[in-house]
Design a protein around this ligand. Structure first.
Ligand SMILES: [Zn+2]
Length: 489
């Protein structure tokens, strides 16, 4: 297939970027982080280092350990005494554009299918500029809540919008992006859920998928942009598109992502249309393997959990969204017991309605515990079973997310890995009285913004402020775009 990048299309870039004046920490090769109250490595030994630090060279960690065992200086030095340092959090499922349609009145109290039918026509009015601005907003919110790598799933391309618009905004933000080229090809007239006006032809989807891989995908360690192929869901694409997409992804060495087993409505749809449950349908279209991860995976039985483990499929667990849309509780502990890779996702901002990733860690822990309670589990009757701990929840958002995305270069603070880390000042109202265990405080206490966020050794958040973005100007532009989208409602 010949790929020609049509110059008639160009994405929104610098003219609308809301940028701060000259950011600091730009001209350095080495960076020393020192004196952190606790540095959590998330390595295989689960080391938590008091008075810890990192020595970074050219964006990668060269040494990690107690401060007194590290070099004493570097091009830039940051003293983080009084701070908790964690590996950067990894978000495995999102729809950035939905930050434009949060808390829409008509969709506030709907389940998934009705929520989608209400929002599809509004989303159909988006422009390339809307994609750019909403990406900046989502990534700003994610970065301030500790995220250093985000997977996004964009599956509507109305009015000339392209994945390029999102990638351009992400490149300005400094956060790593797994940009999923989503797609919808099964409109209402062919028995799908979305209106025909927001679906694309399968020929165009395949052409554009290949174009994006060739233009942007970086396979090497430290990649800031990777492309993922991501037909939207069983009820919005054909089986043929699923098969073709899997074939292309494997030829090109990129990963596959889709929504699966999110609701009982979806299960009914799959049984009626394909004569199969959602997981069996995925197996039938060659969508199982180490290179596949599913968002939600709530409604699965024991055999299906085993199938994920056997094939190496990953799961993006989205607790807030599952609660918001009354979808159900994903069996996360069963997945972990079976050896299934699980990461966390905030999901789209129209079903959360926020992008606070550290908050999602807390939600994952609490929802797992609620699920245990509902299932009749009693700690006093069965001392061998354990509630999900704060550290297990943090592991989902770091090592778990990295494994789900197939990235061995992120997720922990170890020599050779990307210098992606966050720091939270422990001396704050939210954590007052919780400092016996600062690591647990970050999960049990009210979710806070982070004070520092570094990606590849470069600051994205410094002293609680976004480095590249003027937050209030961005909010103003974002609200203007959101108002315009809602005007005809
Ligand atoms: Zn989603």
């Amino acid at each position: 297939m010949e790929i020609i990048d049509n110059p008639a299309f160009f994405c929104y870039t610098r003219d609308i970027v809301v940028r701060q004046p000259v950011p600091p920490f730009q001209n350095m090769r080495t960076l020393l982080i020192k004196n952190a109250t606790v540095l959590v490595t998330m390595d295989d030994r689960q080391r938590e280092i008091p008075e810890g630090g990192l020595f970074v060279r050219d964006g990668f960690i060269e040494q990690v350990g107690p401060t007194n065992q590290l070099p004493i200086t570097a091009d830039e030095v940051l003293d983080l005494r009084g701070h908790l340092v964690l590996p950067g959090l990894v978000n495995t499922h999102h729809h950035f554009y939905q930050t434009l349609t949060r808390a829409v009145p008509a969709a506030q109290d709907a389940n998934l299918f009705n929520w989608l039918k209400t929002l599809y026509p509004i989303w159909g009015r988006m422009t390339p500029e809307d994609i750019f601005i909403s990406t900046q907003t989502a990534l700003a919110e994610l970065a301030l809540s500790g995220c250093t790598t985000a997977a996004d799933h964009l599956y509507l391309f109305p009015n000339g919008a392209r994945l390029d618009d999102e990638i351009a905004a992400a490149q300005e933000s400094g956060v790593r992006l797994q940009a999923s080229r989503g797609s919808m090809s099964l409109g209402e007239s062919k028995g799908g859920l979305p209106p025909d006006s927001v679906v694309e032809t399968e020929e165009k989807i395949m052409w554009d998928s290949q174009r994006l891989i060739q233009k942007y995908h970086v396979a090497e360690a430290g990649a800031f942009v990777q492309i993922v192929l991501a037909p939207c869901s069983p009820f919005s694409v054909t089986g043929e598109l699923m098969r073709q997409t899997a074939k292309l992804a494997r030829e090109e060495g990129v990963h596959l992502h889709t929504h699966l087993a999110e609701t009982e409505d979806e299960e009914t749809f799959c049984e009626k249309k394909f004569g199969l449950r959602p997981v069996a349908y995925m197996e039938s279209v060659d969508w199982v393997g180490e290179d596949v991860w599913f968002a939600h995976a709530v409604h699965v039985n024991g055999e299906e959990v085993k199938s994920f483990a056997k094939h190496g499929c990953g799961v993006a667990h989205c607790p807030s969204s599952n609660m918001r849309l009354a979808s159900g509780i994903a069996p996360v502990k069963e997945y972990l017991r079976a050896g299934v890779k699980v990461g966390l996702g905030v999901d789209g901002s129209a079903s959360n309605d926020g992008s606070h990733l550290l908050g999602e860690v807390r939600q994952a822990m609490l929802l797992s515990r609620l699920g245990e309670g509902i299932s009749g589990f009693s700690l006093s009757n069965d001392p061998t079973r354990k509630l999900m701990t704060a550290r297990e929840a943090l592991r989902l958002a770091t090592r778990g997310g990295a494994a789900v995305l197939g990235r061995s270069d992120i997720g922990s603070l170890e020599a050779g890995k990307c210098a992606d880390f966050i720091a939270i000042n422990l001396n704050r109202l939210d954590y007052a009285g919780a400092l016996e265990d600062p690591v647990a405080a970050a999960v049990f206490c009210h979710p806070t913004r982070v004070d520092y966020n570094f990606v590849g050794g470069r600051p994205v958040v410094l002293a609680g402020q976004l480095v590249m973005i003027d937050e209030m100007k961005l909010v103003e532009r974002h609200n203007r775009a959101a108002r315009r989208l809602m005007e005809n409602e």
